[in-house]
Write a protein of this length. Structure first.
Length: 361
């Protein structure tokens, strides 16, 4: 059995490479780098085991993968239908269309990276579960020591200035954007540099999902400044402390810079299930490389438990958000009452000064 690793040329986002780095640590070796957007054109002699995780698919016309690919479909995010490939067709239209959805059914169950993808898969009759993201399985390098830097990842200048006003620590601004960088080795090296930076950081504040999730894995305190409309965060955003960009810019976030609290540990359930699933896949193709067949489409107990836990976390987050909103509305009502009372008192005083009607004794 050959082993492949997803690579990327048609993207500016190094978060893709970070997801491949997470997959790489499970493989006994890498015999070929396979472009995520050219899965129909695999130049490998013989079968190749390939972990298909990440964002699918910028080029949906190149789906399904070549026949020699033995896939593990895990941590998959289906691109929004508005995102269309070179031929003007969307990823869900292709992957979940009646002519090709059989591929996902045959090689399932599919581990969905987010709850919206899970809903789409289940609606199409694909055996699926919520796996979370494979970057949750990253492991710290024991030789990398924790430092004192505050690392800000792809945040606007106004947020950077807010952070500078509350700490004297060194602040380092980094980005996941790599426009024009198409060399595969250079892209992976830059992604490795980012991960080393996150392991060293005293704290990370980021708008990037694939900075926040590795920080959970590395036990680096992290705050995700999230876009609440981003479908990629559905089920993942609840794993880390987060705030909206508006809350940050309006100074409504208490930034625990000097002594940040440790991260929540809800991600460990997904980390364990992901590790078990990928390890079993690799062990299976290692034991029987010549006769590997399609996997059992039933969802394992640990994966099912983790999937259900994601719904519990989302419900808890929605409950907390509603409670917070109720508190905000109550404060607004109290403020209105105080204003009304103040105005009534003021009016009464004016009436008394003018000799107007007085309140009965």
């Amino acid at each position: 059995m050959n082993y492949g690793l997803l690579s990327y040329r048609n993207t500016e986002n190094l978060g893709d490479e970070i997801q491949s780095i997470a997959a790489r640590r499970f493989l006994p070796r890498v015999d070929a780098c396979i472009d995520r957007d050219l899965l129909t054109d695999v130049d490998v002699d013989g079968p190749v085991a390939l972990i298909l995780n990440g964002w699918f698919l910028r080029r949906p016309e190149n789906w399904p993968p070549a026949d020699q690919v033995v896939p593990l479909l895990i941590s998959m995010h289906l691109a929004d239908p508005a995102t269309q490939g070179k031929l003007g067709i969307s990823a869900p239209d292709v992957l979940l269309g009646e002519s090709l959805v059989a591929y996902l059914r045959e090689w399932g169950p599919v581990g969905a990276r987010d709850l919206r993808t899970l809903a789409r898969l289940e609606a199409a009759g694909v055996p699926a579960y919520f796996s979370g993201c494979l970057t949750l399985t990253l492991e710290r390098d024991p030789e990398i020591e924790r430092g004192d830097e505050i690392v800000l990842v792809d945040l606007p200048p106004r947020v950077v200035e807010i952070v500078r006003t509350i700490t004297q620590r060194d602040i380092v601004c980094v980005t996941h954007a790599a426009p024009g960088l198409n060399d595969v080795a250079a892209r992976f090296e830059r992604a490795h540099d980012l991960l080393r930076r996150y392991q060293q950081a005293h704290m990370v504040i980021t708008s990037r999902l694939h900075a926040a999730l590795p920080c959970l894995a590395y036990e680096t305190p992290v705050l995700l400044v999230r876009d609440e409309l981003d479908p990629r965060l559905d089920g993942l955003g609840e794993l880390t402390r987060s705030c909206s960009m508006r809350e940050m810019l309006e100074h409504r976030v208490h930034l625990e810079i000097e002594d940040p609290r440790p991260n929540e540990r809800d991600h460990l359930r997904f980390r364990s299930a992901l590790t078990e699933t990928v390890t079993q896949f690799v062990d299976g193709v290692e034991r029987n490389p010549a006769g590997w067949e399609r996997r059992d489409s039933s969802i394992g107990g640990r994966a099912r438990e983790a999937s259900l836990w994601s719904l519990v976390l989302r419900a808890s987050a929605e409950r907390d958000a509603l409670a917070h909103r109720v508190d905000e509305l109550q404060r607004e009502v109290d403020a209105l009452h105080e204003t009304r009372s103040w105005r009534m008192t003021r009016l009464a005083r004016r009436l008394r000064r003018l000799g107007g009607p007085r309140s009965p004794r």
